[in-house]
Design a binder for this molecule. Structure first.
Ligand SMILES: [Zn+2]
Length: 257
């Protein structure tokens, strides 16, 4: 590697990072300290050298900081583009059909959304609906009732120093309660994230995207599978919630909600 005199050269850009076991003397002539980590830079005029991890900013200040920001952005943009291109290849016709099968038809996401929504907005009375919403928020599907202690039990309780006259007993568990908190998310996924966004994603040309767009679509591409799985999970919660016996159980135990 060549040595540069920091007072005489102007840095043009950072072209890479290095991290090696055997330390390499710093390319800045006033430093020459062996560093194991740093940057590969190119100066105006074409000279390339390595400079230590902290030396760039210490010696070249703001100028270096700006080059570093550009370098990181370029590296990220490259990574985003690769991820987007890769995902575009993975999202085949089969995958798209699979998603539309999750969305449309009886028993599918849109249908389940309507069913859960109609219970919460019309079919249940307001007290039941708001209790279910609260319980779904606290993730508490267990219903208990207070039962009077028998005289025998009361005696035992008193001997132990208590003076309670009732005990709590579990009556049952609301099935698929999380559907109440998540059914709107499920719909947003199938219509928006895995619907409109998927349509847009298929026809993207990653080389034409701005940095912000790359970042957005990279994120989308990374969450794509997770959202399919989440949709399936919430669908099955909706089905459990909508089961005839579960709905009856909720209605019969209104006072315990
Ligand atoms: Zn150095």
């Amino acid at each position: 590697m060549e040595t540069i005199n920091a007072d005489k050269v102007k840095l043009k850009s950072i072209i890479g990072r290095y991290h090696i076991e055997t330390k390499e003397p710093c390319g800045i002539s006033s430093c020459r300290t062996p560093h194991s980590k740093g940057y590969l830079v190119v100066c105006e005029g074409g000279v390339e050298t390595n400079i230590g991890n902290k030396c760039g900013q210490r010696i070249f200040g703001v100028e270096f900081k700006e080059l570093e920001t550009t370098f990181k952005k370029d590296t990220n943009a490259q990574r985003f583009r690769e991820n987007i291109d890769k995902k575009q290849n993975e999202i085949t016709k089969r995958v798209i059909e699979e998603i539309s099968k999750l969305r449309d038809g009886e028993g599918k996401a849109e249908y389940l959304y309507e069913r859960v929504n109609s219970y919460l907005t019309r079919l249940f009375d307001e007290k039941i609906s708001s209790a279910l919403i609260q319980r779904a928020k606290r993730k508490d599907p267990f219903l208990y009732e207070e039962i009077l202690l028998t005289s025998k039990e009361r005696e035992v309780a008193q001997e132990l120093g208590g003076n309670t006259s009732t005990k709590r007993e579990m009556v049952g568990v609301i099935q698929g309660l999380s559907a109440v908190a998540e059914y709107k998310t499920m719909r947003r996924y199938v219509l928006h994230d895995l619907g409109q966004d998927l349509e847009a994603f298929k026809s993207l040309k990653s080389e034409l995207l701005s940095y912000e767009e790359l970042r957005k679509w990279n994120r989308w591409a990374s969450q794509f599978e997770k959202k399919i799985n989440e949709t399936k999970r919430i669908m099955s919660e909706c089905n459990r919630f909508l089961g005839r016996s579960n709905i009856d159980f909720v209605r019969e135990n209104k006072v315990l909600l």
